[in-house]
Design a protein around this ligand. Structure first.
Ligand code: BTN
Length: 268
């Protein structure tokens, strides 16, 4: 554990409840796994787990299997425990809220031209800089908790990542040409995250919809999406209030996609 770092983060934190308890690790298997363990033994909403390095960082599922999330030192790996009073089917919206918070934050704080790749990847110059993994648990049709995990490529060079992800990713260090303070990043990001989380709990996704759609990297572009059973191609229109992506197909019909992956896109 890294209690000194946790204290430093908490000292400058101006949030109402997110991060009032911060637990930092030098190295951990996965912050999402740790958050799950803690919430199941009673940790409350707002607890934040942070690691400097992960040895088994997990990404979103791909073909039923979790992708590996390479997590070298220099990155930021964090999981936030949330217990919103929402229906389980609303939970995926929190991943969208998290992606908006990160994109806004990278734009405001570091002047990076960050965009969102549906549903919740954050890109800079068309390359991935942050990924979001939201995992929840339900009991008798009730959402018990949701853990929002964020992996941010911060202070490392792309050469520190394996070849397979080097070309498709970027880091803050690469984009800015300099390293940033991880402590300051976390303090200010948690503030932006909390602001949007409270907005979402009070008013659902509607007030954030325009922001999300304005940050989307593909509006009006041709995209190809693979879902569990299908592939769709069409012009991306943006998301609807339930977080589904609206795609206009070649025959002018409209397809709503709830989960899938954008595998190709081009400006037309
Ligand atoms: C993705 O884009 O596939 C999501 C990546 C999410 C990675 C973060 S790093 C912190 C947290 N702990 C994990 O094991 N995964 C998430």
């Amino acid at each position: 554990m890294e209690p000194a770092w946790a204290l430093e983060i908490k000292k400058g934190l101006k949030t109402k409840f997110i991060g009032h308890e911060v637990i930092c690790y030098k190295r951990i298997k996965s912050t999402n796994d740790k958050a799950k363990e803690l919430v199941e033994s009673g940790a409350k909403e707002g607890v934040v787990i942070i690691a400097k390095e992960q040895i088994h960082g997990r990404g979103r599922l791909h073909g039923g299997q979790p992708r590996k999330w390479f997590s070298p030192t220099g990155g930021i790996y964090t999981s936030i425990i949330l217990k919103p009073a929402i229906a389980p089917h609303q939970a995926p919206k929190l991943a969208l809220v998290s992606a908006i918070a990160m994109t806004n934050f990278l734009r405001i704080k570091y002047h990076l031209k960050a965009r969102v790749k549906w549903p919740n990847d954050v890109l800079v110059n068309d390359k991935k800089i942050c990924g979001v993994l939201a995992e929840g648990s339900t009991q008798s049709g009730h959402l018990e908790y949701i853990i929002v995990g964020l992996g941010i490529n911060a202070n490392f060079d792309m050469e520190d990542l394996p070849k397979e992800v080097r070309e498709t990713g970027t880091s803050i260090k690469k984009e800015l040409g300099t390293e940033i303070s991880l402590t300051e990043f976390l303090q200010h990001f948690l503030e932006e995250f909390e602001r949007l989380y409270i907005e979402f709990k009070e008013n659902d996704l509607s007030p954030l919809l325009n922001t999300y759609n304005s940050l989307l990297d593909t509006p009006g572009q041709w995209i190809r999406i693979t879902t569990a059973h299908n592939t769709f191609e069409g012009i991306a229109q943006g998301i609807d209030p339930d977080g589904g992506l609206i795609l206009k197909l070649a025959d002018n019909s409209v397809q709503r996609i709830i989960s899938g992956e954008v595998v190709d896109s081009k400006r037309i």
